[in-house]
Ligand binder design. Structure first.
Ligand code: ADP
Length: 540
């Protein structure tokens, strides 16, 4: 028997142990049956590969025939392992029906190649020993062998990259782990199993290529069971405590004298107590995290139910409010004949209150749609100037009644059109201008709009109550108001800016605000991107 360096034995034992752990982890925690099967097959192939290559070196020249068979078995599993990795990737991410011809081709090639390697001398022709150093003499089939393995390697990488670019963030993280594992494995194989022995004629580092498979399996196992890592933590703690306990126990057996027995047993007893406490605390922490996860999921469900409720309730309210508005408008316009002057004012108040209710119901409806992701954007090309002038006209009387200056500053040149939902963008700008009027008691409200690069900027400034720096962060959140804003206009709900910001963001734009402080006025900015093709369209 050849004497191999000690680290070699330790490494082999270590890799085998890791292999068993990985197999256990995936078997225990992977929800997918097929993945489990392929992964376990990969682990078995890894054992065959690594252990037989090790065995060949261990047996050495003493039993040349057994060494050769061992090396052939190690080489026999190589294409199978590469093939399994390909199918694992296909089953984990791909659509099984597509590329089925490629699947069949790889399956047939992999199996044929393995059989040829095991039963003929085409790939592994012979082995020779220089001292205890095993060197493989390759046959004529070596290059085709490498070619096919390389092809399977490329097909696997192709799928990994393809899936990477079209999948969600969560799947991408999984793919990243497998890519890292595959990359280390492929690189180590190319360098230590091909480049060194074939090109540099150095076979000394051969084992590095073989052993790199553990990285591949480690990363794959991590990608598969990542979500269950909490439980794995317990398993690992138990495993560690168990392993140390066994070591301590074995240590007792070899003791000499009663005193040694005594202190080693005491050490084991103390360790067992602490080990037990450690496992208990880890289990408790995991239970806590799990219950937190459950509570969080419940909260999410409740939040969704609340949003659904708001959505249904506001839908139900919207219809009757519209009808009331219609009737009131007809009464006020004497469509049902003249009415007594005494009830004109109450009727007008009713109309205004109804308008406010309609606005609140609309805001609630918008919020629920935004939260449920049910906002529909009916996009079209339009001039921002049309919307702004329209809002200006609509709010003009209100501003004049308050005794404020209402300024509109148009750009000298015609702006390019915007492509988006006219209704939603109008609603967003309206909310901002309406606020500027509501929160300004004297002075002015000014609307400017212009183009800056690929953006159209709408700037709404006022000389109103303003807000502090801290408040700037909050005003865009739902149901949040400034202290002075709530005093000045008690009826506000704190929804307008939240909705406006969301609508603008749906158009890849931005909404932000500045104020020098309380009573120092404020400026709101809306930036909307200009569609490049709309600029071109405008030219014609
Ligand atoms: P609402 O006006 O209904 O309260 P908004 O979401 O439109 O809700 O506004 C949130 C808060 O931001 C307002 O309550 C007010 O405190 C503050 N705010 C909005 N616009 C201005 C403004 N132009 N000047 C000062 N404060 C403002």
């Amino acid at each position: 028997m050849t004497i191999l360096p000690l680290y070699n034995h330790i490494l082999i034992a270590f890799i085998n142990l890791i292999g068993i752990c990985l197999a256990f982890l995936v078997f225990q925690y992977s929800p997918l049956k097929w993945i489990k099967r392929i992964f376990l097959l990969m682990i078995v192939l890894m054992f065959l590969w690594i252990d037989f290559a090790y065995l060949a070196r261990l047996i050495g020249s003493e039993n040349y025939f057994l060494s050769l068979i061992s090396i052939k078995i190690a080489w026999f599993v190589t294409p199978l392992l590469f093939m399994c990795l390909y199918f694992l990737v296909r089953y984990l991410f791909g659509e099984k029906e597509k590329y089925s011809n490629l699947d069949k081709f790889i399956l047939i090639c992999g199996i044929l190649l393995s059989i040829v390697t095991l039963f003929t001398s085409l790939v592994v022709k012979n082995i020779k020993f220089i001292g205890s150093q095993l060197t493989i003499i390759y046959g004529k089939g070596m290059l085709p062998f490498l070619g096919i393995v390389f092809f399977i390697m490329c097909a696997t990488l192709f799928f990994l990259f393809k899936e990477y670019f079209r999948s969600t963030e969560k799947t991408r993280t999984k793919i990243k782990y497998i890519l890292i594992g595959a990359f280390v494995f492929y690189l180590a194989n190319i360098v230590f199993n091909i480049f060194f022995p074939l090109v540099l004629k150095v076979a000394r580092f051969y084992w590095l290529g073989d052993y790199s498979v553990i990285f591949l399996l480690g990363f794959i196992a991590y990608a598969i069971v990542r979500r269950q890592l909490f439980e794995i933590k317990v398993v690992l703690t138990e495993f560690l405590v168990g392993a140390i306990a066994i070591l301590l126990f074995v240590n007792i057996i070899g003791s000499k004298g009663i005193f040694e027995y005594f202190w080693k047993s005491t050490l084991l007893a103390i360790f067992l107590v602490f080990g037990y406490l450690l496992i208990k605390s880890v289990t408790r922490e995991i239970k806590l995290r799990k219950s937190l996860q459950v509570a969080y999921r419940k909260l999410e469900e409740l939040d969704k139910a609340k949003t659904e409720f708001i959505s249904i309730a506001s839908h139900q309210l919207k219809g009757p409010l519209g009808i009331i508005k219609g009737y009131l408008w007809m009464i006020l316009n004497e469509k049902y004949g003249p009415f007594s002057k005494k009830i004109k004012e109450p009727l007008e108040n009713m109309f205004k209150l109804n308008e406010r209710l309609v606005k609140v119901v609309n805001d609630l409806l918008n919020i629920s749609r935004l939260e449920l992701g049910r906002i529909k954007l009916e996009k079209e090309y339009f001039q921002i100037e049309d919307i702004i002038c329209d809002i200006y006209k609509e709010l003009f009387n209100q501003v004049k009644r308050k005794g404020l200056k209402f300024i509109i500053k148009k750009p000298k040149e015609k702006l390019p059109k915007i492509f988006g939902s006219k209704l939603k963008i109008r609603e967003a700008i309206f909310n901002v201008v309406d606020n500027a009027i509501k929160y300004t008691q004297k002075g002015f409200v000014k609307i400017e709009f212009f183009q800056k690069g690929s953006l159209i900027i709408i700037k709404v400034s006022d000389s109103g109550i303003g807000f502090s720096k801290e408040e700037t962060k909050n005003i865009f959140q739902s149901f949040r108001r400034t202290r002075r804003g709530a005093i000045l206009y008690a009826q506000g709900a704190g929804l307008g800016l939240y909705i406006a910001k969301k609508f603008i963001e749906l158009h890849k734009g931005q909404l932000w605000a500045k104020s020098k402080g309380e009573n120092k006025g404020s400026t709101f900015f809306i930036a909307l991107p200009v569609e490049t093709n709309s600029i071109e369209k405008n030219k014609f």
